[in-house]
Design a protein around this ligand. Sequence first.
Ligand SMILES: Nc1nc2c(ncn2[C@@H]2O[C@H](COP(=O)(O)OP(=O)(O)O)[C@@H](O)[C@H]2O)c(=O)[nH]1
Ligand SMILES: [Mg+2]
Length: 420
Amino acid sequence: MIRLSGPDAAAIATGMVRLKAPLESWRASFGVLLDVDQVVVTYFAAPRSYTGQDVVEISCHGSPVVLRHCLERAVEAGARLAEPGEFTLRAFLNGRIDLPQAEAVRDLIDATTLYQARIAAQQTQGSVSKLLSPIKAQLIELIALLEAGIDFAEDDISVAPASEILRRLEPIVAGTSRLARSFVYGNLVRSGFSLAIVGFPNAGKSSLFNRLLEQDRAIVTDVPGTTRDLVSESAEFEGIPVRLLDTAGIREASELIEKLGIERSYRAISDADLTIVVVDGASDADVSTLVEKAQSSGKHLIVRNKSDLPGFQPEPGQLTVSAQTGEGVPELRRAVLDQLAPRGELEIQGGFITSVRQENLLREAVAMLEKARVAAETSLPHELLLLDLYCALQPLDAITGLTTADDILNHIFSTFCIGK
Ligand SMILES: Nc1nc2c(ncn2[C@@H]2O[C@H](COP(=O)(O)OP(=O)(O)O)[C@@H](O)[C@H]2O)c(=O)[nH]1
Ligand SMILES: [Mg+2]
């Protein structure tokens, strides 16, 4: 599809395509593209279009030569190629969407799991600004209250007492910090994580790896030392992308190849966001050194495998699974996600942010609100308190794009692909 946006879009399109009927907004028309291809042209008159400008979409047959021909004719007729993200930038500049919605368009395009796409789609509908707007409204109300007090100070209107200011400030600080903290989970959803599976030979690492992957990828045998190199695959836990790493069993190895594999296992532990230490639940091997290693380089879980065997001994503090039957595997997935980013009621309902830009701005706002709180507690003049509150409002406005410098806009939209 070739997409045109701008006041000349319809004129350029009608110059290139011989249409059966004149263009009508929100209607598709059949036409012939300069004697080459039969096309469908859809017209969206301003302002009821994606960009808010006149938009024409020409759907050709998918051939690259036809598309190129169409593109070249459009450029000849006065169009120019779009910059990355320029359509969405125009939508933003024309007030069709705010900045979190624009960022979500990019996330939606980049999504690799349906859950990621669903979250991004919610955000393209404005869910981030909906989370933010009650907080902002409370802040503006407090600012107005203090401004009124200052403006009318001479007229004997009593200024709000510190206790009242603190009472009003409390939910603003709490709401802003909560939203900032939700990025821990939001970042996990957006960026995914890596998970290393380690343990002694024959503990069932490769079996568990295959089970988590839901396919037979790694070789499983009862010969210790089968897996000698890292095996890495992409999977998803509850819609969150995960890079799974199966490793060589860690033991005293005599062979060079196995030694190298074991070295890589150790490196996988330090690189992964979380390590699963697999223990054979029917044996009483001591994994304390492995656990120490995993603990010192990040998050970990100890998983006791082979719960289906008669000699299996559960152990407090360790998860019980059977890689063979799948018992305990859903619980293991949940436990991994909880370790990485615990979620509250709001996160479960989609009330979280996924953008590091938004997180930074929220943290900035929290710092200013904390300053305002100190100012109120120490009964500083309201002019100073107000200054802090305005400084808190500014980053909140920047989240939605009310006050955002051009260079930041450029930075955001340059990460889009062309034609979006
Ligand atoms: N009964 C039972 N056997 C298992 C289970 N997980 C792995 N095994 C067996 O244990 C042996 C070693 O498994 P493997 O996944 O290759 O272990 P790795 O060396 O840690 O990768 C194989 O014979 C598997 O069939 C389990 O949950 N139950
Ligand atoms: Mg293995």
